[in-house]
Design a protein around this ligand. Structure first.
Ligand SMILES: Cc1cc2nc3c(=O)[nH]c(=O)nc-3n(C[C@H](O)[C@H](O)[C@H](O)COP(=O)(O)O)c2cc1C
Length: 228
């Protein structure tokens, strides 16, 4: 069995393109592999707590020395990390807000990338003390943008702080760079033919990617989409 973690971060509950794409990916997957498990995290319906003095103090206290209040401060993080650990495939609805990720998604990132859980810190490793703990996951980023040209050498590529940020943190989610798949609809603010075309291309890409990754999961059997 493969476990999907379905995350959304759009502030729109209806008419959200990124939500439509992430739902489309999960539905396409389930149509092929109905026995697989889907964990759900809606970061707008249930927003992650923001960083606090209490959270940071608790996270940097060794688990055996944490008191009840510290345990409570980390409870949301513990639950979100458990979902991440269980996930083989992360389907992430991530709209572009102000050229980066929505605050709700950044808050989730801050909750799940945690010392002693998703990375280790050891000064004995010299100038590279941080090492990711998780591995072997795939990340499918389903995005939407109002403007256009954010990928490759497009005219807005230098203003794209969403995809590079996700690529930078992906190792700490257990995702190697080759296992990040990004599909984005552009031109939302124009609402013209270019937007319609972009959406049609993205939807076809979502269907094809779901078919490919689900097919690989079927080939590999057991609990992973990756070859043993
Ligand atoms: C708060 C906010 C900030 C936005 N910032 C940008 C931006 O910096 N660049 C851009 O191309 N579009 C921007 N947009 C447009 C969204 O990316 C676009 O509406 C997209 O469709 C949102 O995803 P959704 O349809 O899943 O809600 C912004 C929209 C909102 C609501």
């Amino acid at each position: 069995m493969t476990t999907l973690l379905h995350i959304d971060a759009s502030g729109r509950s209806s008419r959200s393109i990124s939500r439509d794409l992430s739902r489309r990916f999960v539905e396409a997957w389930r149509a092929r592999r109905p026995e697989d498990r889907v964990l759900r995290r809606d970061l707008v319906e249930t927003p992650p707590p923001l960083m606090s003095e209490a959270w940071i103090a608790a996270a940097f206290t060794p688990p055996a020395q944490r008191d009840e209040a510290m345990g409570a401060a980390l409870a949301w993080s513990d639950a979100a990390i458990a979902e991440l650990e269980a996930a083989d495939v992360i389907a992430l609805g991530a709209p572009m807000y102000n050229y980066g990720m929505p605050a709700a998604l950044k808050a989730w990132v801050d909750q799940v990338i945690r010392v002693g859980k998703t990375f280790s810190f050891d000064l004995a490793r010299g100038d590279a003390p941080i090492e990711p703990t998780l591995s072997g996951k795939r990340l499918v980023v389903l995005s939407a943008r109002g403007e256009f040209g954010f990928r490759d050498a497009g005219p807005s590529a230098a203003r794209n702080h969403l995809d590079p940020h996700i690529e930078t943190i992906a190792p700490y989610l257990g995702v190697a760079s080759a296992d990040i798949h990004t599909i984005a609809v552009e031109y939302q603010e124009f609402g013209d033919d270019r937007h319609a075309r972009s959406r049609a291309v993205a939807e076809a890409a979502v269907d094809a990617l779901a078919a490919r990754l689900a097919g690989e999961a079927a080939q590999n059997g057991t609990n992973s989409v990756r070859a043993a």
